[in-house]
Design a protein around this ligand. Structure first.
Ligand SMILES: Cc1cc2nc3c(=O)[nH]c(=O)nc-3n(C[C@H](O)[C@H](O)[C@H](O)COP(=O)(O)OP(=O)(O)OC[C@H]3O[C@@H](n4cnc5c(N)ncnc54)[C@H](O)[C@@H]3O)c2cc1C
Length: 326
């Protein structure tokens, strides 16, 4: 069984930032990632463009050069991969952490490949693995997806997009531009206010000119092989339909956190308990980093504002070790 002072779970941008900081500060560490490097970003839509400008996605001030001010997914893959390679970070890919247990002050970590022990564990597992499901009849049909990749697939098809935030709006626009007949089903009464400022006018104009049909204050009730049922303010309607993209957000794996003893708030936000100065949770020796810190508020933390977690965590670990030596 291998031992590390720090085991970092998740090789997303923030897990990588933690690994880089640990390496710089001479801490023996490993990053365990269940997929490829920055797996979440790898699974983002092919043509996705970040809302952040590239310098705000930089780790440790390593320059991120992109063609436009706001980088595309492929450029981000290139950037984070180069950070891993050129810094020779100790990352193990396609290795899923299945269990973390605390025994006698240290941790045992079981993965899909082997077991480890560690003095400290950093959980940077993000939020992109579990979609918010609709829990409606027909949700298990193959024509409904919670992840969107390439608009080509939907060309000349009747596509319903559920949601009103960035992912849903990007998908609706792209697919319409590739020839899909798009219906947008929006629970509230408007396109999300957080939609990228240069995309929002585009979708509003497409809706106003009738190119994309938006159903506001509406809820998808059922998905059938050739149609969908939607509750609208005018009553329940049935629309012919080939595909549904239910882009209603994602949530962290709370079960994974609670199984290692991390407490969550009792309300619907499910905020994990941690000290914002050190990022240490109620389980001493387990730290949180990145988007997972926001619980169900998955928009609260993102790369731009959670890069700092890496430095806070490693500084806190080093300080604690200093104190225990004296
Ligand atoms: C479409 C879209 C656009 C976005 N645009 C921006 C933007 O412009 N600017 C910005 O700052 N943020 C943006 N975000 C948010 C940003 O991508 C996330 O906040 C960011 O990825 C968080 O990084 P992270 O390392 O905390 O989590 P993630 O990137 O999700 O990484 C978590 C990693 O943990 C791995 N993992 C999970 N469970 C396990 C396990 N049990 N064992 C091993 N590995 C595991 C996952 O495979 C994943 O690679 C966007 C998000 C989306 C969906």
């Amino acid at each position: 069984m291998e031992h590390f002072r720090v085991v970092i779970i998740g090789g997303g941008p923030i897990g990588i930032a933690c690994g880089l900081e640990a390496k710089k500060k001479g801490l023996d560490y490993v990053i365990l990632e269940k997929g490829p490097i920055v797996n979440s970003l790898f699974n983002y839509p092919q043509n996705m463009q970040f809302f952040s400008s590239s310098e705000k996605l930089e780790i440790d001030e390593i320059p991120f050069i992109s063609k436009e001010a706001k980088p595309k997914r492929n450029e981000a893959l290139e950037y984070y991969r180069r950070i891993v390679s050129s810094n020779k970070l100790n990352i193990r890919l396609f290795e899923k952490v299945e269990k973390v247990e605390k025994t006698n002050g240290s941790f045992s970590i079981a993965t899909s490949k082997q077991s480890y022990t560690a003095d400290k564990v950093v959980v940077a597992t993000g939020f992109y693995d579990l979609p918010n499901t609709l829990n409606i009849p027909g949700e298990d049909l193959p024509k409904i997806a919670h992840y969107y990749n390439d608009p080509h697939y939907y060309a000349h098809q009747k596509l319903a997009v559920v949601g009103a935030s960035n992912s849903a709006i990007d998908a609706a626009l792209e697919c319409w531009r590739k020839g899909a007949e798009v219906s947008l089903i929006i629970r509230g009464n408007e396109v999300g206010q957080r939609v990228k400022y240069w995309v929002r006018p585009d979708i509003i104009n497409r809706i106003e000119e009738g190119s994309i049909k938006a159903y506001y204050n509406s809820v998808l009730k059922e998905v059938r092989p050739n149609e969908i049922v939607v509750d609208t303010p005018e009553g329940t309607i049935t629309l012919e339909n080939d595909f549904v993209l239910a882009l209603t957000g994602y949530k962290p794996n709370f079960d994974f956190l609670t199984r290692m003893g991390v407490k969550l708030s009792d309300d619907e936000k499910k905020l994990p308990q941690y000290d914002p100065e050190t990022m240490e949770t109620n389980v001493s020796g387990i730290y949180l980093a990145g988007v997972i810190c926001g619980g169900m508020e998955t928009h609260k933390w993102f790369i731009e504002n959670s890069r700092i977690h890496a430095k806070l965590i490693i500084a806190s670990i080093l300080k604690e070790e200093e104190i225990s030596k004296t």
